[in-house]
Ligand binder design. Structure first.
Ligand code: 26A
Length: 344
């Protein structure tokens, strides 16, 4: 049954402006970056943003993992279906983000910090890899006061599903827990992305505190492996890890947990709580010449998947919607979706 209600999906995380360029080994080496990674910027990284803009013809693109997912879900849903929360500044970068979200039909409710610049993410593309280095800025100041503001809390109560980007564990775990609790007590789906290997590695405690509330947990193979390592699962087998995630203790027993692990061009792995069989969904290949870059492919997958969940579609179809949207995003520059809109 499709509902006509507005803002059925509410998303939370870190709004960032991506400063994205095609780079090379030397650039990665200069800043001590791995070819495929996502990290928080330290002092030594802070000049990379100017470097990318001045020397690598970097483009400014709306980013922030869950904001990309939110734009993606909105892409596949009726108008006014998705609202996104996070912290931003009051500056040129925030204006670019607002504009991109407006064009995508995504409603954003930022906690605006007039004194702190909007967060930025340096993205270095080399081949099919992307290295991301984030200076969170105002995104790091999201707080419970904003979430509990009556107009914002009304959006939370109105929502029928929640999507939280795991990157937010570095910012405001109490806000994540508020949404998790709201989901469990009202029997609404709570969807969490593991986001990056460093989240299960270094933010294990807040991640684990939220685990009993996950109805859906989404990650890629490197995040799954990082989770397995930091939790002593003793396996690198993606299917085994998915099974372990699906069968963690759960608060809302009215929904079976689903763990979804993407693996680039390899099949998407899906495990359901209490079920022995772990399913694999092959991805449709994209001709090489049609690939622009893979930055944001995982976010796009999550966007399509969430759109399916919000619409109450069967799990198989949700996975297919995720794969479909990821494919569209890979053909664009950065975490973007083609306009005019394509229909699923
Ligand atoms: C806290 N960190 C490190 C981050 C991010 C992030 N989004 C939120 N928090 N680091 C990278 N990203 C975003 O990931 C997208 C690609 O998946 C980038 O902004 C990029 O758009």
């Amino acid at each position: 049954m499709t509902s006509t209600k507005e803002y059925r999906l509410l998303c939370l995380e870190n709004p960032l402006l991506d400063i994205q360029a095609f780079g090379n080994e030397a650039l990665l080496e200069k800043y001590g970056l791995k070819a495929n990674d996502a990290i928080l910027a330290e002092e030594k990284h802070l000049s990379i943003y100017e470097d990318l803009l001045n020397n690598y013809d970097a483009k400014l693109i709306a980013g922030g993992a869950a904001q990309n997912t939110a734009r993606g879900a909105q892409y596949m849903l009726p108008p006014n279906s998705v609202v996104y929360l996070g912290g931003a500044g009051d500056d040129k970068y925030a204006a670019i983000l607002r504009d991109a979200c407006k064009q995508a039909g995504l409603r954003v409710e930022y906690r605006v910090d007039p004194k702190i610049p909007t967060g930025r993410c340096g993205v270095v593309i080399t081949g099919h890899n992307r290295s991301m280095c984030t200076d969170l800025g105002a995104a790091n100041h999201y707080d419970l006061d904003h979430l509990k503001r009556p107009d914002i809390w009304a959006l939370v109560e109105n929502a029928e599903a929640f999507y939280v980007g795991g990157y937010h564990f570095t910012v405001c775990p109490p806000a994540i827990m508020e949404l998790a609790n709201q989901a469990a007590t009202k029997n609404k789906p709570f969807i969490l992305s593991l986001s990056a290997p460093f989240i299960p590695q270094f933010f294990k405690e807040p991640l684990d505190a939220s685990a009993p509330y996950w109805d859906y947990v989404i990650g890629n193979e490197t995040e799954a492996e990082a989770y397995a390592n930091s939790h002593g699962l003793g396996t690198k087998d993606v299917k085994e890890i998915a099974k372990a995630l699906a069968n963690l203790p759960k608060v809302n027993t009215q929904r079976k947990r689903v763990a979804v692990i993407t693996q680039g061009t390899e099949p998407t792995v899906v495990a359901v709580q209490g079920e022995d069989e772990v399913k694999e969904y092959p991805v449709h290949e994209i001709p090489k010449e049609e690939i622009n870059d893979t930055n944001g492919a995982g976010d796009a997958f999550a966007g399509g998947f969430c759109a399916g969940i919000v619409e109450g579609r069967p799990l198989d179809e949700c996975v297919d919607m995720g794969q479909w949207l990821a494919r569209l995003s890979i053909k664009e520059l950065g975490p973007s979706y083609p306009f005019p809109k394509q229909t699923y």
